[in-house]
Ligand binder design. Structure first.
Ligand code: SF4
Length: 376
């Protein structure tokens, strides 16, 4: 592969910060638009690592990067300012996308492929935090894919089980992410995640990570684990109260300290490295603030999955800049060292975003520390 001066992790960081233009937007699996969490990106495989690269965002339209039409072997050259800097390929469109449920709903409206081998679903595609833009998380597009008809609001346990079984059998998915909008009520979605995980586990042997806000009662962690969840994500998104109040005023009603008390209760249930949090870099938290909170998280066994913020079209933050590649490198390199020292690894995770790793170059930085730390 051509590399010029860019190492794999640098090329991934650059592509994730700048995004890319595409000669053939239809190459490989469909790109992801809208939905909960990071979006507006497409799965791309670089040096055997599949990552999500923004393609529908404002920075992507102006990106110095351009991916050419795939050749006969499915490889595409990546150009930066017109000069080749590497080769990529695109994961194929999964076969389960061609199927429908008995009541006529396309499987792709129930769950989608993330990265290379992750089945992902938003069990409940609505959220109490999304009722008004004054309260909603400013980066979130959970309502957009629903409004565009690309998904359905509530995926039943039976539908999820049917799709998960097909995705394993037809496309070899190896783990599943179940997230949810936050429903009214104190369990914050844990109850619907528990019933969904139980149904999938009854149908197919597939590791599952569930993701929700900290529920009111820590007993939910045991219930989720007992229902078949192998991992749990409770996502801080931003680490300081000031940034949380500004970017996610509704969700910030649950304090950082409540997240920490929930982590301390969840880790003994799921195990070290099986509880994780998503941290969006580039929203205002400094490098030191993110690394400081990550150090606390790692000490209690929580994997801080730090990803570059992606400005999703149609959200209040669509014109917010993505973080510079140098800022991401200054975060991810020391974070990989901290993870190695703490004995947490992405490959040690049974399921979920830390294991997938596609939204960040973090796991690529981790590979530079292979052998220097234990397995989670
Ligand atoms: S890291 Fe999480 S959100 Fe990103 S592609 Fe993987 S499963 Fe999806």
């Amino acid at each position: 592969m051509l590399r010029n001066t860019l190492r794999t992790e640098e090329l991934i960081s650059e592509l994730q910060s700048f995004g890319t233009r595409l000669a053939d937007p239809a190459a490989g699996a469909e790109s992801r638009r809208g939905g909960a969490g990071p979006s507006d990106h497409k799965a791309v495989t670089i040096d055997g690592v599949t990552v999500m690269v923004p393609v529908h965002t404002a920075p992507a339209f102006e990106s110095p990067y351009f991916i050419e039409q795939p050749d006969a072997f499915g490889r595409s050259r990546v150009l930066r300012d017109g000069l080749p800097v590497g080769d990529v390929s695109f994961p194929l469109r999964p076969r389960f996308y061609d199927l429908h449920t008995a009541d006529g709903i396309p499987y792709s409206k129930i769950a989608v492929l993330h990265g290379r081998d992750v089945l992902a679903t938003t069990v409940l595609q609505s959220c109490v935090r999304y009722e008004s833009r004054a309260k909603s998380c400013q980066f979130c597009a959970i309502g957009q894919s629903l409004a565009a008809g690309r998904t359905i609001e509530r995926k039943t346990p039976a539908q999820l089980a049917e799709v998960a079984k097909a995705a394993v059998e037809l496309d070899g998915v190896t783990h599943m992410v179940m997230t949810t909008g936050t429903p009214p009520g104190k369990d914050r979605g844990a109850a619907i995640l528990a019933e969904s995980a139980a149904a999938v586990k009854a149908a197919v042997n597939l590791p599952i990570q569930v993701q929700c806000e900290p529920p009111d009662d820590d007993a939910w962690f045991g219930r989720l684990y007992g229902a078949g969840a192998d991992g749990l994500g409770m996502h801080l998104e931003a680490v300081t109260e000031a940034v949380r109040q500004r970017i996610m005023p509704g969700k910030a009603q649950v304090s950082v300290e409540r997240y920490f008390s929930a982590y301390e209760a969840a880790v003994p249930v799921f195990g070290r490295g099986q509880v994780s949090t998503y941290i969006l870099a580039g929203l205002g938290d400094t490098r030191e603030e993110i690394l400081g909170v990550s150090e606390r998280l790692i000490a209690i066994g929580v994997y801080p999955f730090v990803v570059p913020f992606v400005p999703i079209a149609g959200t209040p933050l669509e014109n917010h800049p993505a973080p510079a590649p140098a800022f991401m490198a200054s975060l991810l390199a020391p974070l990989a060292s901290m993870l190695a020292a703490g004995g947490l690894t992405s490959i040690g995770a049974k399921a979920g975003c830390a294991k997938c790793g596609a939204c960040s170059a973090l796991s690529t930085y981790e590979r530079g520390h292979a052998g220097s730390g234990g397995c989670a």
